[in-house]
Design a protein around this ligand. Structure first.
Ligand SMILES: C[S@@+](CC[C@H](N)C(=O)[O-])C[C@H]1O[C@@H](n2cnc3c(N)ncnc32)[C@H](O)[C@@H]1O
Length: 293
């Protein structure tokens, strides 16, 4: 059984898949928690991963064992290919993973989300309801360069007490260009917008034509770009079946912009989601695995 073998031989698998350094090895070792959660499910018909890499051979193996359809969405699969080349996973990915070269968001979704003056809701809930749970996903230790820049931009002290009201305030945290620049390619949010604009035509159709037509997901791994995850989560989380899993990576702010809002939403809604694994400190990315109730 893959789970037992993987659990006992994490180091061996990380070497086989060419995980390059200790930092990424720790991230890879933490993937054991979502692998375990997947193998605890009775059935898995459909798996979706947005953001390919070392996670891809793991989900491909799960798909092989469960007879699932596994879609991996990315614009660039070179990292997966490099990792699996010449290993036992080359054939497994080839046979059990549907590589979907696609952008997960449209220009319309992207620009309307980030040009809004004030994003006051997430998943139909008032963001203010996440006040308490946001505390869990704001980590002020580690590399504080982004925090310092944000504090200067928001004209606040770099503390949780001052950050949370600013995120929730109507002053436009999400429309603040300087903050979005901090998390952007080349520190320019226009570069992110042009990237989506330039790739939408050739590469967004597959997302609409294949991924969006699947009515229900057993497992979704949200691990794409800094600015796409909020939009992806709102589109896809409602399609995760009861008992299915949402897996989220890069979950703490200010290190990342990626998943701290979806994670705060999950933590604030215990009737809808049971958190089965949560780490915000062992690796810089952290990891959440949550089961739909
Ligand atoms: C953090 S990496 C994924 C890491 C991977 N899960 C692993 O275990 O190694 C993020 C990936 O998401 C892809 N990506 C970013 N934004 C995307 C989008 N909007 N649509 C599709 N793929 C996207 C990038 O090309 C990149 O390969």
């Amino acid at each position: 059984m893959f789970l037992q073998d993987f659990q006992s031989n994490l180091e061996k698998y990380s070497q086989e898949l060419r995980v390059p350094d200790e930092r990424q090895r720790n991230v890879f070792f933490e993937y054991l928690h979502f692998v375990k959660a997947c193998y605890s499910l009775e059935k898995i018909d459909n798996i979706l991963e947005i953001g390919s890499g070392h996670s891809t051979p793991l989900f491909s193996t799960i798909a092989k064992d469960y007879g699932s359809k596994f879609y991996s969405v990315d614009l660039d699969f070179s990292r997966v290919k490099k990792a699996i080349q010449g290993t036992q996973f080359e054939q497994i990915v080839d046979k059990y993973c549907i590589l979907t070269k696609s952008l997960s968001v449209s220009v319309e979704e992207f620009t309307s989300y980030y040009n809004s003056d004030y994003i006051s809701t997430f998943m139909g809930k008032d963001l203010k309801e996440f006040h308490k749970s946001l505390e869990t996903f704001i980590t002020l230790s580690g590399d504080i360069r982004k925090l310092e820049k944000i504090a200067i931009e928001l004209k606040i002290e770099p503390t949780i007490e001052e950050l949370i009201p600013s995120i929730l305030s109507s002053k436009g945290f999400f429309s603040n260009k300087a903050i979005k620049d901090i998390y952007s390619f080349e520190e320019q949010f226009e570069v992110e917008t042009s990237f989506v604009r330039n790739h939408e035509k050739p590469f967004h159709n597959d997302f609409n034509n294949s991924i969006q037509t699947i009515p229900s997901w057993d497992v979704v791994f949200f691990d794409s770009g800094e600015f796409s995850n909020n939009i992806e989560f709102e589109k896809l989380a409602p399609k995760i079946r009861k008992g299915g899993l949402a897996i989220l990576h890069d979950i703490t702010f200010p290190k990342s912009f990626k998943n701290f809002i979806p994670c705060s939403y999950i933590l604030a809604n215990p009737r809808e989601w049971e958190i089965i694994y949560l780490d915000t400190t062992k690796t810089p990315q952290g990891l959440m695995v949550a089961k739909k109730c």
